[in-house]
Ligand binder design. Structure first.
Ligand SMILES: Nc1ncnc2c1ncn2[C@@H]1O[C@H](COP(=O)(O)OP(=O)(O)OP(=O)(O)O)[C@@H](O)[C@H]1O
Ligand SMILES: [Mg+2]
Length: 222
């Protein structure tokens, strides 16, 4: 499903953000990527949904080489991937409902189905009462739940989440992880970057440890 072969990413000339990284995430897996700030977690995730291109090496997603993917093919790739960004990236000129609905509109889903699916997903995340609110008026934790709803509403084959519980308290984090586990049980491959080691250990999932752009542990399936 996701494979990295000798991937390096240099944003600048002095130090690489990722260095000779090898990784295999089989279909249906649930993995955590951990490591200190600046370790390269977000960079690794960005390579998977073609937000960044590797400087060298290969990134394969569903057998497609992301490094060589023409820009015109990126939307096709992104249709299969739900992304929760570290900084949410909600649209400030649309309300909560519209932010989530947009993920379905771009797929050409009929309007009547969109309304139902968006409402159900917002309800599942406990944020349906803020449906008409502007994202800018929400707390960090509420924005995070909207971002998660948007990533999951089209039932993606792959879920990529960058610190999806960073703004949430312990109880809300636990609920989000239950939702991710449920989505994973229905077949979605889940890749989550997080600082929260307690959460990782409590879930007992595979952990990939990054430090200084290198994978210290967990790059290949045990
Ligand atoms: N667009 C960019 N331009 C230049 N350098 C960048 C860029 N994005 C990331 N970097 C650098 O690459 C390295 C890895 O960054 P990355 O964001 O992947 O780390 P991270 O593990 O996600 O950190 P955090 O836990 O703080 O989110 C850092 O040294 C960072 O400064
Ligand atoms: Mg990051």
């Amino acid at each position: 499903m996701i494979q990295l072969f000798h991937v390096s990413k240099w944003y600048q000339k002095d130090v690489p953000a990722l260095q000779d990284t090898n990784l295999h995430v089989p279909k249906g897996d649930f993995v955590f990527i951990t490591g200190p700030s600046g370790a390269g977690k977000s960079t690794l995730l960005k390579l998977i949904f073609a937000d960044e291109r590797p400087t060298s090496g290969q990134v394969l997603v569903h057998g497609r080489n992301i490094a060589r993917l023409p820009a015109a093919k990126i939307p096709v790739l992104r249709r299969e991937i739900g992304v929760v960004f570290q900084d949410f990236k909600l649209l400030p000129n649309r309300n909560v409902f519209e932010n989530v609905a947009l993920a379905l509109e771009v797929l050409g889903i009929p309007r009547r189905d969109i309304g139902r699916r968006v409402w159900l997903m917002l309800k599942r995340l406990g944020i349906h009462h803020k449906m008409r609110a502007n994202p800018l008026t929400l707390s960090g934790g509420e924005q995070q739940r909207v971002a998660i709803a948007r990533a999951l509403v089209n039932e993606p084959l792959i879920l990529i989440a960058d610190e999806p519980t960073g703004s949430l308290d312990a109880e809300a984090s636990r609920r989000i992880m239950e939702i991710f586990t449920d989505v994973n049980a229905r077949g979605t491959t889940v890749v989550v970057a997080t600082h929260n080691l307690e959460m990782v250990h409590s879930l007992g999932k595979r952990m990939i440890q990054l430090e200084g752009g290198r994978i210290l542990r967990g790059g290949t399936t045990p």
